[in-house]
Design a protein around this ligand. Structure first.
Ligand code: NDP
Length: 302
C-alpha cells in the first residue's frame, strides 16, 4: 500500500508511520514544514519515505492507495478567540484540501480509502450519559468542530471508503495527555484534576494505531468508529492509577480554578468528559491489547 498521511509528524502520526513501515508500506508525509518532517523522519532511518509540503501534496495523493488525515492545531493549549478559530479552521482546511485532492485525482490514480481523525468531543460532555457511535452530537464548541470536521471528510467521492475515527484521550509515552498530566502530578503531588468525577475515555496509542491500520486494510471499516478502550474510567480513578504506577501519592486535587487560570476555556477539555464505548470496533472484531487503564499505564511507564 502507498499511504499519504497528514499530521504524520505528530504524536499519533509518528507511531502510525512506524507501524506502516514495519509492514513495508510506502509512506508519503504531507506536512506544512519539510525541514521539521525531515528531522523527525531522517532519510537514513526512513529510507524511501516521501516528505511533501503543501504545494506537492497533489502529486502524493494521486497514486496513493489511501490517505490518513490526522492534522490539526493541538487543543490542549490556552484558548484565545484566535486559537479557538484555528483549532477548527486548521482541521477543516486540511481535511477539505485532502478531500479536494482525492476527488480531483484521475479515477485510475484516486486513493480508495480515507481514514480521517475526529474526536469523542463530538458527543459533548456528560457525567451520566453513555455514548456510542449512534449517539447524537453535543451542543458545545468541540462538538461543533467535530461535526464540521467529519462532514468535510464525508465529501470524499462516493467511491472512496471513508472511516471516521472518533478518538478518545490517547495515552502513550512521547506526547498527548500523559505528557501534560505528569508534570501536574509532580507539581501538585498528584491528585484528581477538577472534581475527578468527569469521564475519561482513553485509548493506548498502540491500540489506536492498530485500529487506524485495520481501517486502512479492512473494507468492513466504514463510517464512524469510536477509537476508545472498552473500559473508560472517571478521571479520579485514572489519576489514582497514574499515582500508583508512578509511585507518587494521589491525594491533593488540582482545583478547577488552577486549571482555568492555566488553560482558560481550554480547561473544559480536562474538567469535563464523556463516557464513550467502542461498540463498532467490537462488532468488527477488533482486539484491544489494553482494555484496562492500569495495564495501559504500566506498559507506558515501564
Ligand atoms: P499532534 O498535535 O501531535 O499533531 C498534529 C499534527 O497536525 C502536527 O504534527 C502538524 O503536522 C499538524 N498541525 C498542527 N497545527 C496545525 C495547523 N495549525 N494547521 C495544519 N496542520 C497543523 O496531534 P495528535 O497526533 O495528538 O493527534 C492527531 C489528530 O487526532 C488531531 O487532529 C487530534 O485532534 C486528534 N485527536 C487526538 C487526541 C489525542 O489524545 N492525542 C484525542 C482526540 C483526537 P505538520 O506540522 O507536519 O503539518
Amino acid at each position: 500500500m502507498t499511504v499519504s498521511v497528514t499530521g504524520a509528524t505528530g504524536f499519533i502520526g509518528r507511531k502510525l508511520v512506524q507501524r506502516l513501515r514495519t509492514d513495508n508500506h510506502s509512506i508519503r508525509v504531507l506536512t506544512r514544514s519539510k525541514s521539521k518532517a525531515e528531522q523527525i523522519f531522517p532519510a537514513k532511518d526512513f529510507p524511501g519515505i516521501v516528505i511533501a509540503e503543501e504545494s506537492d501534496w497533489k502529486d502524493c495523493v494521486q497514486g496513493s492507495t489511501a490517505v490518513v488525515n490526522l492534522a490539526g492545531l493541538p487543543i490542549s493549549t490556552r484558548w484565545s478567540p484566535e486559537i479557538k478559530k484555528e483549532i477548527k479552521d486548521s482541521r477543516i482546511r486540511v481535511t477539505s484540501k485532502v478531500v479536494d485532492l482525492i476527488n480531483n485525482s484521475p479515477a485510475d490514480a484516486r486513493p480508495t480509502v480515507l481514514v480521517s481523525a475526529t474526536a469523542v468531543g463530538y458527543y459533548g460532555t456528560s457525567e451520566t450519559g453513555v455514548f456510542d457511535e449512534n449517539s447524537p452530537s453535543g451542543k458545545d464548541y468541540l462538538a461543533e468542530v467535530c461535526r464540521e470536521w467529519e462532514g468535510t471528510a464525508l465529501k470524499a467521492n462516493k467511491d472512496v471508503r471513508v472511516a471516521l475515527i472518533r478518538i478518545g484521550v490517547v495515552l502513550g509515552k512521547d506526547g498527548g495527555a500523559l505528557a501534560m498530566m505528569i508534570p501536574f502530578f509532580q507539581m501538585f503531588a498528584g491528585g484528581p484534576l477538577g472534581s475527578g468525577q468527569q469521564w475519561f475515555s482513553w485509548i493506548h496509542v498502540d491500540d489506536l494505531v492498530n485500529l487506524i491500520y485495520e481501517a486502512l486494510t479492512n473494507p468492513s471499516y466504514k463510517g464512524v468508529i469510536n477509537g476508545t478502550a472498552p473500559n473508560p474510567v472517571r478521571l479520579g480513578e485514572m489519576c489514582q492509577q497514574l499515582g500508583s504506577v508512578l509511585s507518587r501519592p494521589s491525594w491533593l486535587p488540582v482545583p478547577d480554578f488552577a486549571l482555568k487560570a492555566l488553560l482558560g476555556e481550554g480547561a473544559t477539555v480536562v474538567l469535563e468528559g464523556q463516557k464513550v464505548l467502542p461498540v463498532r470496533a467490537k462488532e468488527l472484531g477488533f482486539e484491544f491489547k489494553y482494555k484496562y487503564v492500569k495495564d495501559a499505564l504500566r506498559a507506558i511507564m515501564q
